[in-house]
Design a protein around this ligand. Structure first.
Ligand code: HEM
Length: 178
């Protein structure tokens, strides 16, 4: 069972990334509930270890994954406009790549959660509606599962990796909707 490692002293934390929209570290309001969410989706330490194990393989496919992701986003006029107005594809591909690789560090601590809440806020600020956000997650999940399918040999392992990755994506969507 995984619980969020909270920070003992709030003051020791630096914001983990810059955003030209707004720069703020979000402190978790309800860690207990978040721990319950992780218990409910069955996120375990073994999952986190598995993520760390498959990281190098996933890293090899990150460019393909982010390329496919942004191509699908650009195909939707409304979404392309948001990007053109607020950012660039190159920049977003880089940030998405780093973001995804972070999932495979297998460290779900307060900084990890906080950063994701912040990113959800950024998307709200740029006017990305939840339905598109969730569609984007599904698109990403399709790509990730496709890679996992090709990179795993045994059924059991394949199931484990798919379930683990979808747990982390689900957690992220739970944060977006919160
Ligand atoms: C910002 C990831 C969906 C547009 C970001 C950032 C990350 C990220 C990590 C933060 C960049 C920073 O730190 O400054 C994701 C993930 C998504 C997703 C994981 C869904 C699975 C989308 C979609 C759009 C979009 C569908 C389409 C409009 C943007 C924009 C920014 C941003 C405009 C902020 C601009 C900037 O700071 O350069 N996204 N994104 N994102 N994202 Fe997304």
């Amino acid at each position: 069972e995984v619980t969020v490692k909270t920070l003992d002293s709030a003051s020791t934390v630096e914001p983990m990334y810059d955003s030209d929209i707004e720069d703020r570290f979000i402190y978790l309001e309800n860690v207990g509930e978040l721990n319950d969410q992780m218990r409910m989706i069955g996120l375990t330490e073994a999952d986190l270890a598995l993520l760390r194990k498959i990281r190098p393989v996933m890293e090899q496919h990150m460019d393909a994954i982010t390329d496919a992701f942004y191509q699908s986003v650009l195909d939707i006029d409304k979404l392309r406009e948001i990007i053109v107005q607020h950012s660039t594809i190159d920049r977003l591909k880089r940030t998405l790549r780093d973001h995804l690789l972070e999932i495979f560090k297998g460290e779900v601590d307060e900084a990890y959660i906080s950063k994701r809440l912040r990113i959800a806020q950024i998307h709200k600020l740029v006017g990305l509606e939840p339905k598109w956000y969730l569609s984007a997650f599904q698109n990403l999940q399709n790509e990730l599962i496709r890679v996992i399918y090709h990179e795993t040999e045994h059924e059991e392992e394949r199931l484990n990796v798919v379930q683990t990755v979808t747990k982390l994506l689900s957690l992220e969507q739970q944060l977006v909707l919160d």
